[in-house]
Ligand binder design. Sequence first.
Ligand code: ADP
Length: 166
Amino acid sequence: MKTIAVYPGTFDPITLGHVDIVSRASPLFDTVILAVAASTSKNTVFSIDERVELSREVLKHISNVEVQKFGGLMVDFAREKKASVVLRGLRAVSDFEYEFQLAGMNRKLMPEVDTIFMPTSERYTYISSSLVREIAVYGGDVSDFVDPKVCEVLKSRFEKSTEKKS
Ligand code: ADP
């Protein structure tokens, strides 16, 4: 039987931390599906299609990774894809409480699928999409945190928004 892992998130935008998790998970499963959440309580900078497209571009070198969007409940998406694993990254103890709660809820909703946590590589522990966005808004250099393609898109997005305001 094929083992399919779903790695869900907002990916607004995808960072090198996310790429690290996917790269390390890809040899462990037949397929890793990076599942980009369409409906999220977060106010995203990038639209769902932009987040999918950027993630696809950045992960295209890994052959057993697919990028797909999902709406509604992640558990329904995981079931539809016949996934046996939900993958989540852990950066610090502060991530743990929320992630543990989420895993518990998901287990209740979908006992046949287990959550696997991957600790981030040390060099990426401090990277988050929200900090990358904050730095990019003020024209800061985010090239150490995201793929060059993401860097370029962030630059043009925020150059445009600053032009509009001025
Ligand atoms: P969400 O909105 O679901 O938290 P994110 O896109 O912020 O979505 O993150 C998706 C997953 O990636 C989460 O499990 C998160 O803990 C993990 N993650 C985020 N940043 C990093 C990083 N720098 N290193 C490893 N994992 C990360």
